[in-house]
Design a protein around this ligand. Structure first.
Ligand code: FAD
Ligand code: NA7
Length: 457
């Protein structure tokens, strides 16, 4: 009998989780399907694979990454730890709770480098279009090999969409912005705080990007940072030099006007106004249409597209949990594909989706949102053999993190948490976050060692 074929779109943390899930089954002695992962970039791990590029890449494809220099984990690493590959196993020593981007990227790669996962990935390959044949129950995927500029197609029994949803900017218009003389960019194109040194910066938005880009620019020498919110302010105790104001209404030359009647001159504007779920390679009837939220409609257990459950979406939720949530999803997806987990009828699936949607609607506070996603993770863990971890403890850590940020947005990254996977208490980093301007892996891990031995690493 021919093996089932599974196509995975994207080799970011979600796509890699899916590959790892199949490897885990293989290591347990199960004969899995044939798996191919398509990645439009030449390396894996995006968002975590920083690129200096903006706009288009080497082959003219839209740049996927929204990562920037000096990004340090925005939540405790203990909240995202893989339960089958601990930080201790990877780094062989305790590290701090908020590592910088290159260190997290190294960790993501460690687990998959242990297997032959890279062999399943076709790099520099963009998925252009997908169609589904009701009769054969197969997907046809049209692909572009970017390196040799060749289009071809392949058939699959299952398709896993792991293409991320923090890549296509949501760009609102503000009257007069076209005449603003300084730089205007979206967070997607932000690559580092250096260019805003000594400038008065206006940031629009009040979520993770606004908070972090604002604080990064303050840390790296912006003269002032103003955050403009639409619905509600972030509301933490801001240091002098950062403030929050109501929504921007319009610009007159370099002056921005706000809803409360105030106005101020700025040198540059960063729109931290979120992203669109965008799937240009999917036809209308297969496309997930949703805003960024904790339980997108149409996805059973947050992953199976209800109209066509052979189409599986990973990582499409707004995220408190990240890597461990992608894993928990990927294991359930794998078990369904391998016939170990049976889906109920479409109607039953709809009722279950509705239950989660109603529950999500009922919550408004950040703490309640943490509890909601925690309940979702627990549900996923009950459906597969992904190694269990103490989700309740992780939820407590998230709530502590929320409090820490509220108390002091500049020092929360100096706190230390305890791993639920190994019980290890995180190190206190050798330098306080506000004073640490170097985010390299070498500086982070080997600061105490001599220059000489550093050169060997
Ligand atoms: P992505 O990482 O976006 O990967 C999707 C992959 O699909 C990419 O490699 C892309 O090239 C590929 N792809 C897309 N379209 C196609 C196509 N048509 N054909 C082929 N390949 C395609 N999470 C944390 O836990 N901690 C943090 O500190 C944190 N900081 C963040 C900071 C920023 C600026 C952003 C944007 C996100 C941050 N996140 C953070 C969340 C982050 O999105 C997740 O950690 C994670 O990267 C999501 O993984 P993913 O695989 O679902 O999506
Ligand atoms: P989010 O979390 O989706 O937040 C988007 C923000 O943009 C949010 O504050 C929105 O305000 C605001 N927004 C959206 N449209 C507008 C308009 N038209 N005017 C003003 N403000 C607007 O995206 P982020 O980029 O912050 O975070 C995404 C990921 O990147 C996250 O996982 C991080 O780890 C990094 P609202 O509250 O809806 O009124």
């Amino acid at each position: 009998m021919n093996k089932k074929r599974v196509g995975i779109i994207g080799a970011g943390p979600s796509g890699l989780a899916q590959l790892r899930a199949f490897e885990a089954a293989k290591n347990e002695g199960h004969d899995g399907p044939e798996v191919v992962c398509f990645e439009k970039q030449s390396n894996w791990g995006e968002m975590w694979n920083y690129s200096w590029r903006t706009g288009v890449g080497q082959y003219g494809e839209p740049i996927h990454g929204s990562m920037y220099k000096y990004l340090w984990s925005n939540g405790p690493k203990e909240c995202l730890e893989f339960s089958d590959y601990s930080f201790d196993e990877h780094f062989k020593k305790p590290i701090s709770s908020y590592p910088p981007r290159p260190v997290l990227f190294d960790y993501i790669q460690g687990r998959i480098k242990k297997n032959n996962v890279r062999d399943y990935i076709r790099f520099d390959t963009t998925v252009r279009w997908v169609s589904f044949d009701e009769e054969t129950q197969k997907f046809t995927v049209v692909l572009d090999n970017l390196k040799i500029d060749k289009t071809y197609s392949e058939e699959f029994d299952y398709l896993v969409v792991a293409s991320g949803h923090f890549s296509t900017p949501n760009m609102p218009y503000f009257k007069g912005i076209e005449h603003f003389p300084g730089q205007v960019m979206h967070a997607h194109d932000f690559r580092g705080a250096d260019q805003f040194k000594d400038l008065n910066l206006l940031i629009v938005g009040s979520s993770y990007s606004a908070e972090d880009i604002g604080v990064q620019c303050y840390k790296h020498g912006a003269k002032s940072v103003t955050l403009s919110y639409r619905s509600s302010p972030i509301g933490v105790a801001w240091p002098e030099g950062i403030k929050e104001v109501p929504l921007l209404t319009h610009f007159e030359n370099d002056t921005a006007f706000f809803k409360d009647g105030t106005s101020e001159k700025y040198d540059a504007v960063v729109l931290c106004t979120g992203y669109q779920h965008k799937f240009p390679f999917l036809p209308d009837e297969m496309r997930l249409k949703t805003k960024n939220n904790l339980y997108p409609d149409h996805l059973y257990k947050g992953i199976f597209f209800n109209e066509l459950p052979r189409l599986i979406y990973l990582g499409m939720q707004d995220q408190y949990y990240t890597f461990n949530m992608f894993d928990a999803q990927a294991w359930v997806s794998r078990d369904c594909i391998m016939g170990k987990y049976e889906l109920p009828s479409k109607e039953e699936r709809r009722l279950d989706i509705n239950k989660w949607l109603a529950e999500n609607e009922a919550h408004t506070s950040n703490e309640a949102h943490v509890d909601f996603q925690t309940a979702y993770i627990k549900e996923l863990l009950s459906l597969s053999n992904y190694p269990n971890f103490n989700v309740e403890k992780v939820a407590e850590m998230f709530k502590e993190w929320l409090k820490d940020k509220e108390e002091n947005i500049l020092t929360y990254r100096d706190k230390s948490f305890k791993s639920v996977v190994t019980g290890t208490q995180a190190e206190i980093h050798h330098t306080e976050w506000m004073d640490e301007l170097n985010d390299t892996k070498e500086r982070y891990l080997y600061q105490e060692e001599s220059e000489e031995s550093l050169a060997d690493k």
